[in-house]
Ligand binder design. Structure first.
Ligand code: GTP
Ligand code: MG
Length: 494
């Protein structure tokens, strides 16, 4: 994973927001203290990424593939109806966090139990602690499927992804439970419900929110796309086309859309690929595709174990049975590499690394400021105290240390804008957000001396300044204005 930009002892953003959290108790009602303490504690946690999508979109399978363990239940057990946080921690364990704030250990033997002793309505979330490398950098939040008849499931997802409270609760009161970024899974195509949900997330992050920066789209079940897994036209290629189309149609909502076959990735990452499976698959090499499709209903060719073939079909899916037969002859490692490569998981991990983990500080700080602003409205010590806290938040947002948040918002302003200027500004802002050393922030190929840096900064500042007045689109002009400040601040730090 890519290390976060701006991290480490010099992280002024984190220190600034922690200091603001320390000022806040005096301005909030005593009842807000616990909420505030939890919000403050969340500043230094790994980035929270919620995996969201319709029922059976493949969310839990993707979570398992990312973690490298088959922990998230993918059958229709009770745990699939509860929000589950996967966090880094030892020893491996699980616990139930109830809505009344109490915490209860949960039996955990590497998998979550089929049933829970408490009704789902009383459960805030399940927390699973694992020593999985990816969890050092982010807490993955698996959510119940949207759009089922089971409304409490929807409500739980809205709480974590949008910050909506239960009836009678203000939205802000749940800010502490909220994720900072979303992986949104689409199955087949984007449906109106999917778009509505992401829009609601955008509305909740506020008009100046950075939704597109914080939402990566995933087109799931890529192995079943188009004409299907038995077709000679590779469904993965068709999924790529659809993913590109979705990204192109919704640039202001999604930072990118990647096709993924999480079933293949899960198999490759969780030890499901054995030499026996590779041999079984290789033995199917000579079988005609038409007959293969009838597996295991109409039997297997002589010499192939029917039960083993059934397991391969179940665990790796029909795409692997059709397309991986050739490579399986080279053994389990070759098959595993092939599955991982074809699954499309690595591009998703790359996106999560560059768009989320690397940007975890501004994404987290933005969420915490939003939470503080919410508390200033819902639980102020007095009307004046609430207004004072909002003033302080505004002042803090204008501090040089917090400029990365303005840069993220500027990216949002540019999302979906066409033209060379918008493209150039996006590129320059990306460099600014993702790097720490001044020469890297300017996209230079090698370190530069201070005079070289100053000359280049002046040139960039002039260009951005000109763009603020020449841009025909006011959003592009505003993004250019943010960039002029970026260059001025880099110059001031030299
Ligand atoms: N062929 C194929 N099947 C998949 C893929 N991803 C998931 N599945 C299957 O789809 C079904 C649903 O997967 P889950 O991961 O449980 O989906 P979910 O979104 O977590 O479902 P809910 O939590 O119930 O909303 C399971 O049978 C998975 O094995 C995929 O990429 N390809
Ligand atoms: Mg699930």
């Amino acid at each position: 994973m890519v290390p976060p930009a701006g991290a480490g002892p010099t992280d002024r953003m984190t220190r600034t927001v922690l200091a603001l959290c320390d000022e806040a108790p005096a301005l909030l009602a005593p009842g807000a203290r616990a909420e505030l303490a939890a919000l403050r504690a969340s500043v230094t946690e790994p980035l929270r990424v919620a995996v969201v999508g319709r029922v059976s979109a493949g969310k839990s399978t993707l979570v398992n593939a990312l973690i490298g363990r088959r922990v998230a239940p993918t059958a229709a057990g009770e745990c699939t109806r509860v929000v589950t946080w996967y966090r880094f921690g030892a020893p491996d364990r699980a616990q139930l966090v109830l809505r009344d704030g109490t915490v209860h250990p949960l039996p955990f033997d590497g998998a979550l139990p089929e049933t829970l002793a408490v009704p789902a309505e009383r459960i805030e979330r399940i927390e699973v602690f694992l020593q999985s490398g990816v969890l050092r950098h982010m807490t993955l939040i698996d959510t119940p499927g949207l759009g089922s008849l089971d409304r409490p499931g929807d409500e739980a997802v809205r709480r974590v992804a949008i910050g909506e409270g239960a009836t009678g609760e203000t939205p802000s009161a749940r800010a502490v439970e909220q994720a900072s970024a979303l992986l949104y899974l689409f199955r087949d195509v984007e449906k109106q419900d999917d778009i509505d949900f992401i829009r609601a997330h955008q509305a909740a992050t506020g008009p100046m929110g950075s939704t597109a920066a914080g939402v990566i789209g995933v087109l799931s079940h890529a192995d079943l796309f188009g004409s299907g897994p038995w077709s000679p036209r590779d469904p993965m290629v068709e999924a790529r086309t659809v993913a590109d189309r979705i990204a192109g149609d919704h640039p202001a909502l999604l930072t990118a859309v990647a096709p993924v076959a999480a079933l293949l990735a899960q198999a490759a990452r969780t030890g499901l690929v054995t030499e026996t499976k590779a041999r079984t698959l290789a033995a199917l090499q000579p079988v005609e595709t038409a007959r293969l499709q009838m597996l295991p209903r109409f039997g297997v060719p002589q010499g192939v174990d029917a039960a083993a073939a059934g397991r391969v079909l179940h665990e790796l899916g029909p795409y692997a049975v059709n397309y991986a037969r050739g490579v399986a002859g080279a053994g389990a490692t070759a098959l595993q590499n092939w599955l991982l490569h074809r699954s499309g998981l690595s591009p998703v991990e790359e996106l999560v690394g560059t768009r989320f983990v690397r940007r975890c500080i501004p994404l987290t700080v933005e969420r915490v400021l939003r939470g503080l602003r919410g508390l200033s409205r819902s639980m102020p010590a007095s009307y004046e105290a609430g207004a004072r806290l909002r003033d302080r938040i505004e002042q803090v947002e204008l501090q040089p240390a917090m400029h990365r948040i303005a840069e993220l918002r500027a990216l949002q302003l540019l999302a979906g804008r066409s033209g060379a200027l918008a493209r150039d500004l996006t590129h320059e802002l990306d460099l600014m957000i993702d790097n720490d050393e001044p020469w890297r922030r300017l996209g230079a190929a090698r370190p530069m001396s201070p005079p070289e840096l100053r000359a280049e900064l002046t040139r960039r500042w002039d260009r951005a300044q000109t763009a603020t007045t020449t841009a025909r689109d006011p959003r592009v002009g505003e993004a250019a204005r943010v960039l002029t400040r970026s260059y001025a601040l880099v110059g001031a730090d030299l």
